[in-house]
Unconditional design. Structure first.
Length: 383
């Protein structure tokens, strides 16, 4: 017999709230096997679920992955870490190593002296991603790699306990800069395509991240500029991309993220982001909202497979409300994966000036030179 008591009344209330909160939460089970049938990709934002699975099922043309990195903010150190949770078919993204599973976790490290280390954990038991609002948790079963995030503070934490891969520890991403989509701040109805059939959602454009790892028994600890995004498609990557420049960094007080790429028809697509102290200063995919071009002796634009990696890039990033234009120089310091013709992942130092139009009242012209660090990549997939 049910007896009415304050406790059970509160319990019932609590259950009601819990049900509401479960209604905002969604659980995705991702099988480790490639699926047959038709993949459906989401390319328009809902009111929540920014960091969920965006293409289902993962068939032989589809990919979806959760990407995290940290690059040391100390320019005298070449330390970085990249962790990617893949749910990707290898035919859809040919730069992946062939594996008998699609739920793969991978970590790449550069030590302070620039030496590289990496490990891969193939998950044979699939993966689970749970969203709560715009935050997410992910567990790549059997790999020892997982992440959690807090829907209120938006802090992300990667937990690694992967003895077979020789690595354990945590990477924490506290108080992220405001999230964004390719064409603007987070809101329902936003376009999620950074280019044709390339979905992109950037949950953590910047965070003062803390890396605490133990690799083959030796510690690797540093703080840096942390980042997390996800990208997905229902079509093979090479069908839609000829070349691209992507990167993120912090220069002076500004958190910046850049995307500038050419599709197979030569059409340029861009996405610009800048924020300062939790305030978005640029978030746009309009043509001209950012420009990224190679610089130095080996600069070739547009780049093709045979083009060498340039020594740097120049980025022009206009801020909103006439707050000026960030003129950023990127200088390549070191490679994060062994060189290959199609793809380079790099770290480098940044210098920037905020250039204000003379007409701006109180405009300062050019500000003092700002400096910082960045992690960035380039693809070139056509001859
Ligand atoms: C997909 O189809 C092939 C051929 O019919 C079959 O061998 C395979 O088991 C199927 N995969 C799944 C995940 O159902
Ligand atoms: C996967 O699904 C897409 C539809 O989104 C379809 O165009 C494609 O042919 C499918 N790929 C495979 C390998 O079945
Ligand atoms: C770089 O640092 C790593 C980790 O401390 C060490 O194992 C490696 O021997 C160093 N490499 C060089 C060339 O000093
Ligand atoms: C997804 O984004 C990450 C970082 O933004 C990048 O390293 C990776 O190459 C992208 N992959 C695809 C398939 O879009
Ligand atoms: C320019 O590219 C050539 C050919 O790949 C290479 O040998 C040379 O080292 C590069 N120069 C610089 C400054 O990176
Ligand atoms: C990068 O650092 C080097 C060494 O301190 C410096 O000479 C160079 O000007 C810096 N480049 C940029 C683009 O900040």
């Amino acid at each position: 017999m049910v007896r009415f008591s304050p406790t059970s009344f509160l319990g019932a209330l609590w259950t009601a709230f819990a049900t509401v909160s479960i209604a905002h939460s969604k659980v995705f089970h991702i099988p480790s096997a490639l699926q047959n049938g038709t993949s459906v990709a989401q390319f328009t934002a809902s009111s929540s679920g920014l960091d969920g699975l965006m293409v289902e099922p993962i068939n032989g043309s589809a990919f979806d992955w959760w990407y995290f990195d940290v690059v040391s903010t100390d320019p005298s150190m070449l330390a970085s870490v990249v962790v990617t949770f893949f749910a990707s078919s290898q035919p859809a993204f040919p730069l992946l190593d062939p594996a008998d599973t699609i739920t793969v976790a991978r970590i790449w490290v550069s030590y302070p002296n620039g030496t590289l280390w990496e490990a891969t954990a193939n998950g044979e038991q699939g993966a689970t991603v749970t969203t709560d609002g715009d935050s997410s948790c992910g567990d790549w079963h059997g790999t020892g790699f997982s992440w959690t995030s807090n829907p209120y503070t938006r802090e992300y934490v990667i937990n690694i306990d992967a003895p077979a891969a020789g690595v354990k520890g945590t990477i924490t991403f506290p108080s992220p800069a405001p999230a964004h989509y390719p064409c603007g701040p987070v809101s329902a109805g936003q376009n999620l395509e950074v280019g044709p059939h390339i979905g992109w959602a950037n949950a953590v454009p910047d965070s003062s991240a803390v890396v605490n790892l133990e690799i083959n028994g030796a510690g690797l600890a540093f703080t840096g500029t942390g980042y997390h995004d996800k990208n997905w498609s229902d079509q093979p990557f090479t069908k839609n991309v000829a070349s691209w420049y992507w990167g993120h960094g912090r220069v002076g007080p500004y958190s910046i993220v850049w995307f500038d790429f050419l599709d197979r028809t030569g059409t340029e697509f861009v996405s610009a982001y800048a924020s300062e102290n939790g305030r978005i200063l640029a978030a746009s995919c309009a043509p001209g909202s950012i420009s990224v071009r190679p610089t130095g002796v080996n600069a070739t634009y547009p780049p093709v497979i045979s083009s060498p990696v340039p020594t740097g890039y120049t980025i022009t990033l206009p801020l909103e409300n006439g707050e000026g234009t960030l003129a950023v120089q990127v200088n390549v310091l070191s490679h994060l994966i062994s060189p290959n013709p199609e793809y380079a992942r790099l770290i480098g130092n940044l210098s920037a000036e905020l250039v204000q139009p003379p007409a701006v009242k109180g405009g300062k012209g050019k500000t003092a030179t700002l400096t910082g660090m960045a992690l960035f990549e380039q693809f070139k997939l056509t001859a």
